[in-house]
Design a protein around this ligand. Structure first.
Ligand code: INI
Length: 155
């Protein structure tokens, strides 16, 4: 039996991160966790480009544009949508998730969903490094694993 399993060895190439300015205190912590995890897996800042967008709703378009350039091994999307703060939570969170998925499927480039969708600020802070890990770091690991997995499949 042949199995394809992506590992966490340092992949070649550049990485793009799309980060949302909305809930910036949280997304800056996600970005920090993401860069730290990439660095600890051999991907230093000089191989990372960061694009800032106004809110999570804008993430998919920029992620797709970046993926389409062909310059990136993966695109990592970081945002934070908090239900308590918006009546259009479901639209923003749902469309961001669908758009991130679509950007990956349309381009064949791993586009990683590192967008927190939480009930309140406390949950968001906990998941951005305070208590329950850092979703930005998780997204970095998912990106590395996907790049290595696709490289195996495409060999
Ligand atoms: N964008 C977010 O990233 N998180 C939110 O919690 C949020 N809320 O609460 O509304 C939010 N709204 C802005 C949205 O993403 C767009 O930037 C805006 O609608 C303009 O298109």
């Amino acid at each position: 039996m042949n199995q394809y399993i992506g590992d966490f060895s340092p992949p070649a190439g550049r990485f793009a991160i799309v980060a949302s300015r909305f809930n910036a205190m949280v997304t800056e912590a996600l970005l920090s966790g993401c860069r730290d995890a990439l660095a600890r897996h051999g991907i230093a800042d000089d191989r990372i480009d960061v694009a800032w967008v106004p809110g999570s709703f804008e993430i998919p378009l920029v992620a797709r544009k970046l993926a389409e350039t062909g310059r990136y091994a993966a695109v990592i999307c970081l945002g934070c949508v908090i239900r308590g703060e918006t009546s259009h939570y479901d639209h923003v969170a749902g469309q961001a998730a669908a758009g991130v998925m679509q950007a990956g499927l349309a381009t064949g480039v791993p586009v990683i969903f590192g967008i927190l969708t939480t009930e309140n600020v406390e949950q968001a802070l906990n998941r951005s490094g305070l208590k329950s890990g850092n979703k930005g770091a998780d997204a970095a690991l998912a990106a590395i694993e996907m790049v290595n997995l696709l490289a195996q499949i495409e060999q």
